[in-house]
Design a protein around this ligand. Structure first.
Ligand code: HEC
Length: 289
């Protein structure tokens, strides 16, 4: 009798969970009908892409690649039918309300940025195929040299000898795993810019850094590199490589840590043993009656 009730309770519970997780997220009709005030064009899509990379990509992954982070329910891919079934107004409402692991962006990004990122999502909508004119990528050449006391990079941008004025140049440092953004400068009327290397820019073991400079997205991929610039003192003692940080063997582990580990696991096993003994006692007592 008791067992039956338990099974029924469990059934209700799991049904409850699956309805919460399986439930479609639907915006109210009046909100879904709200129209995007921004035009759908290369400029708004490009701005939306920047908003997406900064605020959404960490969870939703790369559009069309179906590589979101593991969450329940999963963050849908931006190019998926589920995402594109939303009207612009519906996405705007969802960004403002949030649900579960999906945060609300009200107050984090502006309304304009929301409509921009919505335009970026719309780019993956097959119904919009051909609506964005193919933008010819701009061309240019970048050159950079380090100044005499290794504190700044002197940058020159030109196209076939003519200076490129007012062009953003992005500066990154090569790391063991990819690139680290360290800043951006805009060229002056002569196509020149000076990038001050921030204090505390980390170098490799010898305290040297390799800088990579690139134009923004609207340019054909061009880059300039300035390599082996001394930015910091050589790293002589890497704390992560010290013996006691590598816990793979007992003799490298600190005594207190081993003690704490065995103490805690010992306690857990004792508790389990205690419970088992108590249960056997109850069982035995039950058999006597
Ligand atoms: C912390 C992780 C996280 C971030 C950051 C995030 N999302 Fe989400 N998003 C989710 C999850 C999880 C869901 C599924 C929520 C659900 O169905 O309950 C979701 C759902 C959505 C939906 C609804 C899809 C549907 O079912 O109709 C939209 C639209 C959306 N996200 C857009 C965005 C945009 C745009 C950004 C960036 C501005 C963003 N998300 C940032 C985790 C995230």
């Amino acid at each position: 009798m008791k067992k039956k009730r338990l099974i029924i309770a469990l059934m209700f519970l799991s049904a409850g969970f699956s309805t919460i997780y399986g439930q479609e997220w639907v915006a109210p009709e009046s909100e879904a009908a709200v129209v995007n005030p921004l035009p759908f064009n290369n400029a708004t899509v490009r701005e939306g892409k920047a908003v997406y990379e900064k605020n959404c990509k960490s969870c939703h992954g790369d559009p069309g690649k179906n590589n979101p982070i593991v969450l329940t329910p999963p963050p849908p891919d931006m190019a998926s039918e589920k995402m594109l079934a939303n009207t612009d107004g519906s996405i705007f409402w969802k960004l403002n309300t949030g649900r579960g692991a999906m945060p609300t962006f009200k107050g984090t990004i502006t309304d304009d940025q929301m409509w921009q990122v919505i335009n970026f999502i719309r780019k993956f909508d097959p119904r919009n195929a051909g609506k964005l004119t193919e933008e010819a990528l701009k061309k240019g050449t970048l050159a950079a040299t380090i100044n005499s006391d290794s504190t700044s990079l002197d940058i020159t941008a030109d196209f076939q000898g003519a200076p490129l004025a007012g062009v953003p140049v992005f500066v990154q440092v090569k790391k063991a795993f990819g690139m680290l953004d360290i800043g951006k400068v805009v060229t002056d009327a002569n196509g020149k810019a000076i990038f001050r290397i921030p204090d505390g820019t980390a170098g490799n073991a010898e305290g040297k850094a390799d800088f990579v400079l690139t134009f923004g997205d609207e340019f054909e991929k061009t880059q300039a590199e300035v390599q082996g610039i001394k930015v910091a003192k050589p790293v002589t003692d890497n704390p992560l490589a010290r013996g006691n940080v590598l816990w793979s063997t007992n003799d490298r582990t600190s005594g207190w840590l081993l003690f704490a580990y065995f103490f805690v696991t010992g306690l857990v096993w004792l508790t389990i043993l205690y419970i088992v003994i108590q249960i056997t006692k109850i069982k035995k007592a039950g058999q006597k009656n």
